[in-house]
Structure formats: structure tokens, C-alpha cells
Design a binder for this molecule. Structure first.
Ligand SMILES: Nc1ncnc2c1ncn2[C@@H]1O[C@H](COP(=O)(O)OP(=O)(O)O)[C@@H](O)[C@H]1O
Ligand SMILES: [Mg+2]
Length: 268
């Protein structure tokens, strides 16, 4: 295998607020350049914490993360992050929100104009450039957030349950859009979702996380499912088998084994 673009090695994380909360323990995995990974796991198992570490917003308590051959020590312009809640700036138009990362980077206006225009077209927001976030639907806000992350042309795109707040139909459409954009840009992508079906539908590989403290219980290779993916595939026996494999790993991660391992790790 060629050198992975992302390497996560024995990453642990403990919050220290009023009392220590161990969120992650011994998380290890790698991603190849251009790969689409999905991450599933029970609520509260540490998925968002892991994504914030991969975005350089949190430093791991243990272990390390290497991206494009360098240890990750803070946020980087070539890593984009989209949250479940879009955190668009309400006083800026869609266009101005998407432009923000380029302003911060000081890109010449002409180039920024073009990039913003291309990206808004790619996510299907032409005609809404001058709208404010509150004037557009949740799905459109999420497209704007995606455009804002993509306008920097990131090599790594991190998505934290990006479509979880949307209705089922919009969510399905957004997943197809996301796959279309990925086919176009081929940025390495890691999407957190709590939907097993969604994970299998979008990914090349599904990583399964245990209960808190989260670690990677196992993974399911989904490359057998051809691309481009279509909704009919969800009715295929292969699709059913793949989701079943993911489900079994989730169940494994919920067992006493998970806690046993977590506790073992604490004593090391
Ligand atoms: N700032 C914080 N201080 C203390 N504990 C936290 C903090 N943020 C998250 N946690 C705890 O860490 C665990 C993992 O949280 P999170 O990464 O948000 O899980 P997930 O995204 O998988 O639902 C949870 O038990 C959560 O309550
Ligand atoms: Mg979360």
C-alpha cells in the first residue's frame, strides 16, 4: 500500500473538567489518499472528540496523528470540517460565508470570486448567493457549510453527522451530492454518522467505534459495492450483508469486552 495520507496511532483523549472523562483510548487507523471513510458508533462514544482531534482543534492526550507526512499540531488550511450545526455567520450572506476562509487566507479577490462561484455551483446554490442563512432551508444551509469547507480545496474533509438534522429525503439527496463532489475532487473524507445504512452507502470502508472510551472495534470494507452508488443498491443482498457486518461490530463494541479493554488500558 502507498503511504497513507492520514495515520492515527494509539490516540487517547481525556477531558479534565470537574472530573476526568476518558473519551478515547488507543484509537488506531489509517486512510489512503482519496479514500472515503465512515465512522459509526454509539452516542457519546467519542466520535466528535476524535474529529476535533483530526481537525487539529484538540491535542490528543496520548498517541499521535500524522497528516500528509507531518505530525498534526494544530488546525491546517488543507483540512476542512463540517459540523451537524452549520455555524454559518447569520449577518453574512451565503456568498460571504463561503468566501470567509479565502478572506482569512488573503486570496486575491478575483481568484476568490471564481472559487466561491464554482463551489456554490457545485453544491447547487446558484441564485442564493445573496440570501442570509435564516432565509434558506436547513438543507441549503448545510450545502453552504459544505461549500465553505470545500472552498479551501482541502485534502482532508471531516464531516460530523453533517445531515443528521435534515429530513430523510433531503438527507438522501445530500448524500448523493456529497458523493458526486467527492468523485469530482477526490479529497480524503471521513464522515461520522449514526446511521449504519448511510455509512455503508457512502463509504469505501466503515470504521466502527466502541462505547466510551471509544476505540476502533473493527472495520468493514465496502469497496465491493460499485460506484457510483445508487439507491437501488440498498435493496441488494450485498448491501444487507455489509450493514449486518457493521451491526455485529457495533454489538461487539457494546459488550463487556469493550469495557474490559478500556479498563485494562487505564491500568497501563
Ligand atoms: N468538554 C467536555 N468535557 C467533559 N466531557 C466531555 C466534553 N465533551 C464531550 N465530553 C464527553 O466525552 C464523551 C464523548 O463525547 P463526543 O465525542 O461528543 O461523543 P459522540 O460524538 O460520539 O456522541 C461523552 O461522554 C461526552 O459526554
Ligand atoms: Mg458527536
Amino acid at each position: 500500500m502507498s503511504q497513507p495520507i492520514l495515520e492515527v496511532h494509539q490516540v487517547g483523549y481525556t477531558f479534565h473538567d470537574t472530573h476526568p472523562v476518558r473519551a478515547l483510548v488507543g484509537v488506531t487507523f489509517q486512510a489512503r489518499d482519496g479514500e472515503f471513510l465512515a465512522l459509526v458508533g454509539p452516542s457519546g462514544c467519542g466520535k466528535s472528540t476524535l474529529l476535533r482531534i483530526l481537525a487539529g482543534l484538540l491535542r490528543p492526550s496520548e498517541g499521535w496523528v500524522r497528516f500528509a507526512g507531518q505530525e498534526l499540531t494544530g488546525p491546517r488550511p488543507d483540512i476542512g470540517l463540517v459540523f451537524q450545526r452549520t455555524n454559518l455567520l447569520p449577518w453574512r450572506t451565503v456568498e460571504a460565508n463561503v468566501r470567509l476562509p479565502l478572506e482569512i487566507r488573503g486570496l486575491p479577490k478575483r481568484e476568490a470570486d471564481k472559487r466561491v462561484r464554482d463551489m456554490l455551483a457545485l453544491v447547487g446554490l446558484q441564485g442564493f448567493e445573496r440570501a442570509y442563512p435564516h432565509q434558506i432551508s436547513g438543507g441549503m444551509q448545510q450545502r453552504a457549510a459544505l461549500a465553505r469547507a470545500l472552498v479551501k480545496l482541502p485534502r482532508l474533509l471531516l464531516l460530523d453527522e453533517p445531515f443528521a438534522a435534515l429530513d430523510a429525503l433531503t438527507r438522501e439527496r445530500m448524500n448523493l451530492e456529497l458523493l458526486r463532489i467527492w468523485a469530482h475532487h477526490r479529497q480524503t473524507t471521513l464522515m461520522v454518522t449514526h446511521s449504519i445504512q448511510e455509512a455503508v452507502f457512502v463509504a469505501d470502508r466503515v470504521l466502527v467505534m466502541s462505547d466510551r472510551p471509544g476505540y476502533i472495534v473493527g472495520e468493514v470494507d465496502v469497496t465491493e459495492l460499485p460506484r457510483p452508488r445508487t439507491w437501488e443498491m440498498m435493496a441488494w443482498p450485498l448491501f444487507g450483508r455489509l450493514t449486518q457486518q457493521v451491526r455485529e461490530l457495533i454489538l461487539q463494541g457494546l459488550g463487556s469486552d469493550a469495557h474490559g479493554r478500556g479498563a485494562q488500558h487505564l491500568e497501563e
